[in-house]
Design a binder for this molecule. Structure first.
Ligand SMILES: [Zn+2]
Length: 683
């Protein structure tokens, strides 16, 4: 690098920033030399006189496409630090790498000029306050952009021409392979082609993608990997619903060659950020459709019929935007048992409920995947939301959230890349092991231990990622939150606020809601994850079921249990109705209702005996004789007894009576020869 005399003390006392980036994951993976050169710029900075403590590397943008600055947090950080005048020099491999869009670059260079920041790349040192340097850098940026444009144009033109001939190669779906001449053929692996044939057969039989998943619950389905360490390899796994839909709607299986089925475009969202999205185009807008291009699994007509069928089956789309319905948590509610999104459905009476339908569709539902009435979850969530929104709490939460978001943004990105790298290394080691001849034990052993070491590294990287990620989804703009917070409770309850608006308000603060049911019990655990990163759990109860709702109120039951043994049914009815108790159906008590509670709770009826009276059995037991004898005495008038309301005989058993009885027993002459012959009264 030349022109070291442009570097002055004012530059050396400020920070030197090395900006490292590669635009795609493939580059990060396959082009380590370039990255090593970029990191090598730190040595260059040290050589030019910056102390090690003043040299910083910004590499948060590794693997992020450079077409615009919006998603590149590293570039934004670079710009903001240059603004603050903290930066003495920016190192980059080529200046055009600093910002691929010319507008981004021009802005950075203008700021660098204002703050007297140098720019150093492989060609030299640029002092932006000098016109020549500024012109040169501007030209380089413009040329880089032109280069991109021309390259892209040529590529697109050639691509389109190849596509119109049906020669442009795109990845083939599972079930197809390329032969030696590049033609498309049905996969010679019969297990694979049979699985694909069976998908179409199952759709024919069941008429729905869910039905196909059901038919494959106990079967594996193949997937062919593209790119990465597993390129071309076949992997077997579970057939999911989305996969089935993908297969059914892929025209390649009808033998057609299609180009232009998907189209990517940039969209500008409300906050001004630009995103790329890929959309499936309607069939009429596909640029190239060549039928009978290769052997099909189904006919084109069959394909069209399948599409119609699928469209008719679809009642919900994948996106979960706030809808007009009254269920507050619609779209942000998840099942705590299986982790899938819950859908919102409505009962015949119009009451909404949340249902774990996705787990059923994929046949992976657990016993705790229960639906729940929306109102009980909504009430909990809305209450917490309004409690959270006292102005002081809001200010505190916002400040904390801002800080956390900034801190996490960079560390998460780094951990993600580390994991991806570790996974790639592990896959490569596994492949090397599989490719090794089994006879070659020594090599196999060392390959195996190497693979294990790589797997351990993957686990470590995963743990690190989980730790850094355990938090913050991006916050909505701060001003929006503050404005909402000042008058939210009034706004919330206003009749002019629509259910859709309430949901939007909720979503500004609540990231998602997780409902965990017990397998059998009535407790429901509602987990709320706030956008601030905090989360909490609140346990609530399901409303009683129909049979529970008509159950006798527990206070009335307690009353009957307490007073029942002392009062007859008639007296109990009178007392219950005087005290104002009602049955589970909301009616006054009657004898039948009381009798039912007695039966269920085993409340004994009051004894019909009065004081000094005994039953026939009791008399017999006291005298040590059979009950038949006592009945005989009563029948023959030797013993006085009365009949109670429930039909039982009550003997007035005074001491005199007892003495007479004992005398009779002692005489025993009055005992009948065979008591069984006498009329025996039923008790
Ligand atoms: Zn579930």
């Amino acid at each position: 690098m030349s022109s070291a005399n442009k570097i002055r003390a004012t530059h050396l006392e400020r920070t030197a920033i090395v900006y490292v980036r590669q635009s795609s994951m493939a580059q990060v993976r396959d082009n380590p030399e370039s990255r090593a050169r970029q990191y090598g710029l730190t040595e260059e900075a040290a050589r030019l006189g910056w102390p090690a403590s003043k040299i910083e590397v910004i590499d948060a943008d590794l693997g992020v496409s450079g077409r615009s600055a919006d998603r590149r947090s590293g570039f934004r950080e670079l710009v903001s630090r240059v603004c603050l005048g903290e930066v003495g020099v920016i190192f980059g491999l080529e200046v055009s790498r600093l910002g691929r869009s010319n507008a981004d670059l021009a802005r950075l260079l203008e700021l660098a000029r204002l703050t007297d920041t140098l720019v150093i790349d492989t060609d030299g040192t640029y002092d932006l306050r000098e016109f020549n340097d500024r012109l040169l850098l501007g030209l380089k940026g413009a040329m880089s952009e032109a280069e991109l444009h021309i390259l892209a144009g040529r590529l697109q033109g050639a691509k389109r021409a190849a596509a119109e001939r049906g020669d442009l190669r795109s990845p083939l779906p599972v079930g197809y392979m390329r032969d030696a001449d590049g033609g498309t053929i049905i996969d010679p692996d019969q297990e694979v082609s049979a699985a694909v044939v069976d998908v179409f057969a199952a759709f024919q039989a069941t008429g729905s993608a869910y039905g196909v998943v059901g038919a494959f619950t106990s079967r594996r389905f193949p997937r062919r990997a593209y790119g990465g360490a597993w390129a071309g390899e076949l992997r077997w796994g579970r057939l999911t619903h989305s996969r089935v839909r993908g297969i059914l709607s892929n025209p390649a299986y009808a033998g057609a060659y299609v180009f232009g089925r998907y189209r990517s475009r940039q969209i500008v969202s409300a906050d001004g950020s630009v995103r790329d999205t890929t959309r499936e185009q309607p069939r009429t807008e596909w640029a190239v459709v060549i039928q009978d291009h290769h052997p099909g699994y189904i006919s084109w007509d069959q394909y069209l019929a399948n599409q119609q069928r699928l469209a008719a089956n679809t009642t919900r789309s994948g996106a979960r935007p706030p809808r007009e319905g009254v269920a507050l948590c619609q779209g942000i509610i998840e099942c705590g048992s299986c982790g899938r999104s819950m859908s919102t459905n409505y009962q015949a009476n119009g009451r909404p409920f949340y249902d774990c339908a996705d787990s059923r569709a994929d046949h992976v539902q657990t016993r705790a995947c229960r639906s729940v009435v929306a109102s009980i979850v909504d009430q909990v969530v809305a209450n917490r939301l309004l409690q959270m929104l006292s102005p002081g709490e809001v200010a505190l939460a916002l400040a904390a959230a801002d800080e956390v978001t900034q801190r996490r943004q960079r560390s998460t990105r780094a951990s993600e890349l580390a994991l991806e790298r570790a996974q790639f290394d592990a896959d490569r080691a596994e492949r090397a092991l599989l490719a090794c001849e089994p006879e070659n034990r020594l090599v196999g052993r060392s390959l195996e231990s190497r693979w294990e070491a790589k797997l351990a590294a993957v686990a470590e990287a995963e743990a690190a990622l989980v730790a850094t990620r355990a938090a913050v989804p991006a916050l909505p703009p701060r001003a929006e939150l503050e404005a909402l917070a000042s008058d939210l409770p009034t706004l919330w309850n206003a009749s002019t606020t629509s259910a859709k608006d309430r949901k939007r308000l909720l979503r500004t603060l609540v990231a998602d809601v997780t409902v965990t049911s017990q397998v059998a019990g009535n407790d429901v655990c509602v987990g709320i994850r706030w956008r601030s990163g905090a989360s909490e759990q609140i346990v609530t109860r399901r409303p009683p079921r129909q049979y529970e709702a008509v159950r006798t109120p527990s206070e009335a039951t307690a009353f009957i249990v307490q007073r029942g043994p002392l009062l007859t049914n008639q007296d109990l009815v009178a007392e219950l109705n005087t005290a104002g108790f009602k049955t589970g159906m909301g009616r006054p008590f009657d004898v039948d209702a009381v009798q039912w509670v007695r039966y269920v709770h085993r409340v004994p009826s009051p004894s019909p005996m009065q004081v000094g009276e005994l039953s026939v059995n009791q008399v017999a037991a006291r005298l040590g004789i059979s009950a038949d004898a006592v009945y005989y005495w009563i029948e023959s008038g030797q013993l006085a007894a009365r009949r109670a309301t429930n039909g039982r005989l009550c003997v007035a058993y005074t001491p005199d009576v007892e003495a007479a009885c004992r005398k009779r027993v002692a005489d025993s002459c009055h005992l009948p020869a065979s008591p069984m012959t006498l009329g025996v009264e039923a008790v």
